[in-house]
Ligand binder design. Structure first.
Ligand code: MN
Length: 191
C-alpha cells in the first residue's frame, strides 16, 4: 500500500507563492486520490508489491495498463514536484549543477528561458522537467498528462506541475506568473 509521503515543509510555508489553500487541494486531495486509486488498481495484481518507479516503467506505453500507469506516474510526479521546492528557494544553483547547466544550455539564463518556455508551451495538462540525459548533459523535457522521464529512461532533476489544479486557485489563468514564482522563489536545487 502506498501512502501520501510527508512534505519537507508545512502546508503554508510556500506562501505567498503557493497558498495553503492550493496545498490542501493539491497535496491532501489530488495527490491522495492518485495514491488511493493506485492502491485499488494494483490490489491482487503483479504490481502489488513492486516499487513505485518499477510500476511506472513496467506499465508505460502499454494500453492495457493505462489506468495503473496514470495513477502510478502521477503519484511519483507529485512527490518529485514537492521535493523540487522549498521555502526561500529559487534562483541560480551553485557548484557542480551550475557547471552542468552552463555546459548544457550555455548559461543559467538560457536554461531558465528554455524551462519557462517548455512549461508555458505544454498545451493542456502536463509537466516540465529538467532531466539528465547522460553523465555530462541536462535537457528540458515537457510531458503530457501523467507521462514522465522515468517512462523514457531519463533521470529527473527538477519538475514543475503545470496542470491547472497546480496554480488556478492562486494565479487563475496566469501560468507564466506561477512559473516565474517557482523559478525565483521555490526551486530547491538540493545544495
Ligand atoms: Mn498536480
Amino acid at each position: 500500500m502506498f501512502k501520501l509521503p510527508p512534505l519537507n515543509y508545512k502546508l503554508d510555508e510556500l506562501e505567498p507563492y503557493i497558498s495553503r489553500n492550493t496545498m490542501e487541494f493539491h497535496y491532501l486531495k489530488h495527490h491522495q486520490t492518485y495514491i488511493d486509486n493506485l492502491n485499488k488498481l494494483i490490489a491482487g495484481t503483479e504490481f502489488e508489491n513492486m516499487a513505485l518507479p518499477e510500476i511506472v516503467k513496467n506499465t508505460a506505453g502499454k494500453p492495457e495498463y493505462t489506468a495503473i500507469f496514470n495513477n502510478a506516474a502521477q503519484t511519483w510526479n507529485h512527490t518529485f514536484f514537492w521535493n523540487s521546492m522549498r521555502p526561500n528557494g529559487g534562483g541560480k544553483p551553485q557548484g557542480h549543477l551550475l557547471e552542468e547547466i552552463t555546459r548544457s544550455f550555455g548559461s543559467y539564463e538560457n536554461f531558465r528561458k528554455e524551462f519557462k518556455d517548455a512549461a508555458l508551451a505544454q498545451f493542456g495538462s502536463g509537466w516540465a522537467w529538467l532531466v539528465r540525459t547522460d553523465k555530462e548533459h541536462l535537457a528540458i523535457m515537457k510531458t503530457l498528462n501523467a507521462d514522465n522521464p522515468l517512462a523514457h529512461d531519463l533521470e529527473a532533476v527538477l519538475t514543475i506541475d503545470v496542470w491547472e489544479h497546480a496554480y488556478y486557485l492562486d494565479y487563475q489563468n496566469r501560468r507564466g506568473d506561477f512559473i516565474e514564482a517557482f523559478l525565483e522563489h521555490l526551486v530547491d536545487w538540493k545544495e
